[in-house]
Design a protein around this ligand. Structure first.
Ligand SMILES: Cc1cc2nc3c(=O)[nH]c(=O)nc-3n(C[C@H](O)[C@H](O)[C@H](O)COP(=O)(O)OP(=O)(O)OC[C@H]3O[C@@H](n4cnc5c(N)ncnc54)[C@H](O)[C@@H]3O)c2cc1C
Ligand code: FES
Length: 344
């Protein structure tokens, strides 16, 4: 297999060198060599991994035109999570070198503790990390971050946000939407059992709670609840009484989950309001149909002080909330988003 030499120069003139083969994205190749480049979605939809090709050949696969338009592509800009080397490549990054972390990515083994349906096509996965010589027994991360799970028997990794909070026991909870024909989804549907071992690596990501003194509005679509649940659980754990509200959306009421737990969180967080939004409710749902973006838009228009907004879910949800927030005059630095991909 070809092995190409890649160099990436940051804004302050520092160069990071690594190798890549045509089967791995440039982002993945750097990660394999313990170079963590800025990246959020890893799926071509957030733009955080952008760089310019200064020389060499790169194949760019599908990316959202809202992130990289034709003019940017004509200038040689690429998204590293969607770029594959076809020769030696020299890249110029728009960020300074302190945004690049040199960190050994340690793969840990974890035992499946529980695997349970939460709603249609959504499961809860509870893992117990096995103690690690260097890292000990605990699960250390920032609420909002994600881990990658290896699809057993392959070299494929899939990112999943952690729904639990950091702890010394090594417990991790995930909320996973099962994708039709998904590699990891099929493993969870057909083979995974309590007691089996999975491999995990991380944590990664910068979707974290910010201490700004402003109210926090959380917008979650389906399993996009996971990182926000971790943040809310952290707020409850620390007795953080910042006013907060959660808009939790799904198309059908049968796709919502953990509503009892959210009710219990309200007891611990008196400043928390929870707004389930179901766009096509069944006859049992006690409330009218509500589109999550429109509910957010209407409430934001009424808000005397603009809150910090955290949104997590499909590309479409994140884009819809971003548009509504901008139209309402919310400054961009008050919007924090994590996209899971092009969910329908
Ligand atoms: C930072 C980050 C955090 C994430 N956290 C979570 C999480 O907490 N819970 C969760 O359920 N998902 C999460 N995701 C999305 C998840 O990683 C993907 O859905 C993953 O591809 C599923 O793996 P799979 O092997 O089952 O499916 P794959 O084999 O990767 O894909 C199978 C099929 O499903 C399609 N597909 C995959 N993902 C999506 C998607 N998001 N929308 C629409 N179609 C899709 C693919 O295009 C393909 O056709 C996260 C993604 C990112 C980037
Ligand atoms: S990490 Fe590449 S576009 Fe989001």
């Amino acid at each position: 297999m070809n092995d190409y030499a890649i160099s990436l120069e940051t804004r302050d003139g520092k160069t990071f060198a690594f190798h890549s083969n045509p089967q791995e994205s440039l982002l993945e190749a750097a990660l394999r060599q313990d170079i963590l480049l800025p990246a959020n979605c890893r799926s071509g939809s957030c733009g955080s991994c952008v760089a310019r090709v200064d020389s060499g050949l790169v194949q760019l696969t599908e990316v959202s035109s809202s992130v990289l338009d034709d003019a940017q592509r004509a200038q040689g800009q690429v998204l590293l999570c969607r770029s594959y080397a076809e020769s030696d490549v020299r890249l110029i990054a728009p960020y300074p070198s302190d945004k690049v972390r040199l960190q050994q990515i340690i793969v840990r083994k974890a035992t499946i503790d529980r695997l349970e349906p939460l709603a249609q096509d959504t499961v809860g996965l509870w893992l117990q990390l096995q103690p690690h010589d260097a890292l000990g027994a605990g699960a250390e991360f920032e609420p909002g971050q994600y881990m990658e799970l290896r699809v057993p028997g392959t070299d494929q990794w899939r990112p999943f946000s952690i729904a639990s909070i950091p702890n010394w026991d090594g417990a991790l909870q995930f909320i996973i939407t099962l994708r039709p024909d998904g590699l990891l989804s099929n493993h969870l549907r057909q083979q995974a059992q309590v007691g089996q071992t999975l491999e995990v690596r991380g944590p990664f990501g910068e979707f974290n709670l910010q201490e700004t003194g402003r109210a926090r509005w959380f917008i979650a679509g389906g399993s996009g609840l996971a990182p926000e649940l971790s943040m809310l659980r952290r707020m409850a754990d620390w007795g953080d009484d910042t006013p907060a509200r959660l808009y939790f959306g799904a198309r059908h009421d049968t796709s919502l989950f953990l509503l009892d737990e959210l009710d219990a969180l309200k007891q611990q967080l008196p400043g928390l309001a929870v707004h389930p939004c179901v766009s096509r409710p069944g006859p049992q749902w006690p409330e009218p149909a509500r589109n999550i973006v429109e509910a957010f838009r209407a409430d934001l228009a009424q808000a005397a002080r603009k809150p910090d907004v955290y949104v997590c879910g499909s590309d479409r949800l994140v884009a819809g909330i971003r548009d509504a927030a901008r139209q309402a005059g919310l400054p961009d630095p008050q919007l924090f988003g994590e996209s899971f991909g092009a969910m329908t």
